[in-house]
Design a binder for this molecule. Structure first.
Ligand SMILES: [Zn+2]
Length: 287
């Protein structure tokens, strides 16, 4: 993957105008078809506003209208820089760090942070091929333990991961590690007939009945089948947990899904030919 460097960012987006021009070309690659004139007309930038005007009738076009930048008073160049920071920092960056880097208020940084994160949720394409599934606990003592041993401890949050080998990852914050929480996620996110690998957690035993091929790791077997493992999803867990201890320290359960989406995004796009910054730039348009 070719790295998108800070120098690339400075060259491509040196000013707010450059950012706005980029959005204009992105949304109107073949020129703007004016709604009033009913044809493609020349449009001029209006200096005082983030808009362009039809040369013939004066109708306005706002390239930020359907994007996350809509109605934001933060300069576009700062937004682009924030997206750059959140996609190039290996372990992720907190809203607090974003505040410091951008020189904006915490409130603004926090808002930007969550807007950008929203773009990191996975696309609805189901996983196929060889898929590893696993679930883990987040928060509190004994982060990895499957059973919550005492009432004195805070309840831990459960996340479940599905990783296509050589492909994308999806992570979901689920209610519990029980069958009813885990299996519907697989049915929603993994194509039928897919080969699934898991550990021997009982919840996954019914997978063949649901139309999946299933192999679980048996540590007692004399002959080890090296293909049966969940190393990719475990690798993702270690990134997520390192992020919590290192960057975020604590994740509010309310934001846990967005948090794990960010890590799944990084994982899913690690081999992409397109730099993550540009992948995200292609998602600035709101649904
Ligand atoms: Zn016009």
């Amino acid at each position: 993957m070719k790295k998108y460097t800070i120098r690339d960012l400075q060259t491509q987006f040196p000013t707010n105008n450059a950012c706005l021009d980029w959005l204009m070309k992105y949304f109107y690659p073949d020129g703007v078809s004016c709604k009033k004139c009913q044809k493609v007309t020349k449009h001029y930038r209006i200096k005082s506003r983030q808009s362009y005007s039809c040369d013939v009738c004066g109708n306005h076009v706002h390239p930020t209208a359907d994007t996350i930048f809509h109605k934001s008073t933060t300069p576009l160049a700062l937004w682009f820089y924030a997206i750059y920071l959140m996609t190039t920092t290996r372990a992720g960056i907190s809203a607090k760090q974003l505040q410091r880097e951008l020189g904006v208020t915490y409130k603004t940084a926090w808002r930007m942070f969550h807007q950008i994160r929203k773009m990191m949720s996975d696309d609805p394409t189901p996983l196929k091929g060889d898929v590893e599934v696993d679930e883990t606990y987040i928060g509190g003592k004994g982060m990895n333990r499957r059973f919550v041993p005492s009432f004195s401890e805070k309840p831990k949050a459960v996340i479940m991961g599905m990783v296509q080998r050589g492909g994308k990852a999806k992570v979901r914050h689920v209610q519990s590690s029980g069958t009813r929480s885990l299996l519907p996620q697989i049915q929603k996110n993994v194509e039928l007939n897919t080969q699934i690998y898991s550990d021997q957690w009982g919840a996954y035993e019914t997978l063949p009945r649901l139309g999946y091929r299933h192999l679980s790791i048996n540590h007692k077997e004399t002959y080890v089948n090296y293909n049966i493992h969940t190393q990719n999803v475990e690798n993702l867990w270690s990134h997520i947990k390192r992020g919590i201890t290192g960057v975020y320290r604590h994740v509010d359960p309310k934001y846990l899904q967005a948090y794990v989406d960010e890590y799944a995004f990084r994982y899913s796009n690690r081999m992409s030919h397109q730099p993550m910054f540009l992948i995200l730039m292609n998602r600035v348009q709101k649904d």
